[in-house]
Design a protein around this ligand. Structure first.
Ligand code: ACO
Length: 329
């Protein structure tokens, strides 16, 4: 009998504050027309005040996933959180969630894979479930990059929003559902293309070394764009090859929502028609690790993703990292 890691339930969380392109026109030298044309983004959600942030989003998404799964938090063996914007450098966001939901028997840690955080976290949690090490894992993808953005930098301020998604992943026998295949890839030589200098041990906050270094997100947009187009297609082809499927066997494509042009170019390379490509980048912008689980959540809520369907997810991000998962829902 083969043991599979199956997504039992999904939850999500978004801040209520909407920041439109028109709002951004008042802050920086940009226009709604430019942003829509170059990225497809019309608005994004941003956290407000001292309470809203990564931990708050992660907890709300997790509570929804746990409630909808019907699983007792005491039976969860792992809380795994993909994020690069935790409330603190440490302790981890996963530990905070573990405590707040009462998962008293769970291990908990964060995965740092930027916008591919959920892809990486799901892949690792599924390996622990299928190996028999644990029966249930709560897997979260969350980021609050609005707090890491330089709101005076028009090349990045237009791109990001805040959000989270979480899934309950459980062991099942005799099923064709579950994570069918995964591919995780990286190229650290591209780390300089999107990064934050200050805050780690190289340039600690308030230190002499940090003077003149970048405290907020800096990005070489064209380099990241080129990498994204190449890596998304690359990861999709590799994971399909691994599971022995062709693109026409995919029912729904839920890619990382960074830029509509990047998504369209990956869909074109795979030969996927628009009705199989899930999009919400226009509403939320790039929510980093929150993007893919938020997409899965909305696709299910809109009836586009149903039990038994085969979904291809793919992401890329700072690191550089990229990866893809094929899931039978
Ligand atoms: N509004 C108006 N004009 C702008 C803006 C703006 N917000 N930003 C840049 N411009 C200008 C530039 O100054 C430039 O002007 P110039 O020709 O006079 O020099 C012109 O527009 C073109 O700029 P480009 O940077 O070449 O624009 P491009 O078409 O590449 O689009 C973008 C920029 C949208 C950032 C694109 O490069 C992109 O999407 N890159 C990928 C970014 C991404 O996905 N990052 C997330 C990584 S994932 C993670 O881990 C967080």
């Amino acid at each position: 009998m083969s043991r599979r890691a199956v997504i039992q339930s999904i939850g999500h969380a978004l801040p209520t504050k909407v920041l439109t392109n028109t709002d951004l026109e008042k802050l920086i030298d940009t226009s709604d027309e430019w942003i829509v044309q170059r990225t497809g983004i019309r608005e994004r959600r941003v956290c407000e005040g001292p309470i809203e942030g990564t931990g708050w989003l992660a907890l709300n998404a997790s509570r929804e996933a746990v409630d909808r799964s019907g699983i007792d938090p005491m039976d969860i063996g792992l809380v795994l959180c993909g994020t690069v914007s935790g409330d603190y450098i440490w302790p981890s966001t996963a530990c905070m969630v573990q405590d707040q939901i009462g998962a008293k028997h769970a291990g908990a840690f964060d995965v740092s894979a930027a916008c591919a955080g959920f892809i990486y976290a799901l892949s690792n949690a599924a390996a622990m479930v299928t190996s028999g090490q644990i029966d249930h894992a709560l897997v979260i993808g969350v980021d609050c990059l609005s707090k890491q953005v330089n709101w005076e930098d028009r090349s990045t301020a237009i791109l990001f929003g805040d959000g989270a998604g979480a899934v309950m992943l459980s062991a099942m026998e005799d099923t064709d559902r579950g994570l069918l295949g995964t591919v995780l890839l990286s190229d650290g030589s591209g780390g300089k293309f999107i990064c934050i200098d200050v805050g780690g041990s190289r340039y600690p906050w308030g230190s002499e070394q940090a003077i003149g270094k970048r405290e907020k997100i800096t990005m070489m947009g064209n380099e990241v764009y080129r990498f994204a187009v190449q890596s998304m297609g690359d990861a999709c082809c590799k994971v399909l090859d691994r599971v022995g499927m062709t693109p026409d066997e995919i029912d729904l494509f839920v890619p990382h929502q960074a830029n509509i042009r990047i998504i369209e170019s990956s869909a074109k390379r795979l030969g996927l028609p628009p009705e199989k490509v899930f999009l919400n980048v226009h509403k939320y912008g790039n929510t980093s690790a929150g993007s893919i689980p938020l997409g899965l959540y909305e696709a299910e809520a809109e009836g586009k993703l149903k039990k038994g369907m085969t979904v291809l997810t793919v992401g890329f991000g700072a690191g550089l990292v990229w990866g893809a998962n094929v899931i039978r829902w």
